[in-house]
Design a protein around this ligand. Structure first.
Ligand code: PEP
Length: 250
């Protein structure tokens, strides 16, 4: 049984006061969320304030990035230890904006993922192809390559702590969503790849989220696909109303 995970990636939005407002609205209007897990990933600067508000609520806390060392002379970096200290349970690694804007490659993503696991954080490994790669017929090859490289040296025992987020780069922040059928097809490919690397049982247990312009009006059909186990939501997670409608997918 895979419990769907709906996660909001707030990116570089929200001051502390705005983050507090949003989270207070989420908590007060959440209602019954049985059968799903909910997560918010605020910017680093708001993690402390949001973490205090989320105590004793069913909403979990995640960060958007992490460095691979626990401490040291790494100016500007945030370690897995520090994220644990703030109450984070999850962390995104390899988001396409980190890969494209900050030049992160698969080897760095893998180091971050393994560091997260080593410190008891659950990594959400983001993978996805660009539009030119899709147009060239290389989407599956790119995504399975990112999966293999991102999970290098991760043992079967740790795999159950990992979540995969398939986020076609061309669908992020564009309003252009993958069709439910295309998303399902890639999710099935990812699960087959995991079965080859690990085992069918391990692959069946891992959650694969879809991300890329998930909105209240497309979440239901995406979540109806058998291999889509949640959503990683950017823009639509910045307002309580739209995020809560996504959380309450039917
Ligand atoms: C994201 O940031 O991971 C994302 C999918 O953004 P959006 O929902 O805005 O496309």
């Amino acid at each position: 049984m895979r419990i769907p995970l709906i996660a909001g990636n707030w990116k570089m939005y929200k001051t502390i006061a705005e983050a507090v407002d949003l989270v207070e609205s989420l908590i007060s209007d959440l209602g019954d969320i049985s059968g799903r897990e909910v997560l918010v990933c605020p910017p680093f600067t708001a993690l402390h304030a949001v973490s205090s508000l989320l105590q004793e609520t069913p909403i979990g806390l995640g960060a958007q990035d992490v460095f691979y060392e626990a401490q040291g002379a790494y100016t500007g970096a945030i370690s897995p230890l520090m994220l644990r200290d703030l109450g984070c349970a999850y962390v995104l690694v390899g988001h396409s904006e980190r890969r494209q804007i900050f030049g992160e490659d698969d080897a760095l993503v893998n180091r971050k993922l393994r560091a997260a696991l080593a410190h008891g954080l659950r990594p959400i490994l983001c993978v996805g192809e660009t539009k030119p790669q899709r147009d060239a017929g290389a989407a599956e090859q790119i995504v399975t390559g990112q999966i293999r490289a991102g999970l290098a040296e991760v043992g079967a025992a740790d795999l159950s702590e990992v979540v995969i987020a398939y986020e076609p780069v061309w669908a992020i922040g564009t309003g252009d969503t993958a069709t439910p059928e295309d998303a399902q097809s890639m999710h099935a490919t990812i699960r087959r790849t995991l079965a080859k690397i690990y085992s069918q049982a391990a692959a069946d247990g891992i959650r694969i989220q879809y991300g890329g312009s998930v909105k209240p009006d497309n979440v239901d059909e995406l979540m109806a696909q058998p291999d889509i186990d949640g959503a990683l939501v950017g823009g639509a997670s910045l307002k309580a109303e739209s995020f809560l409608r996504i959380v309450k997918f039917r």
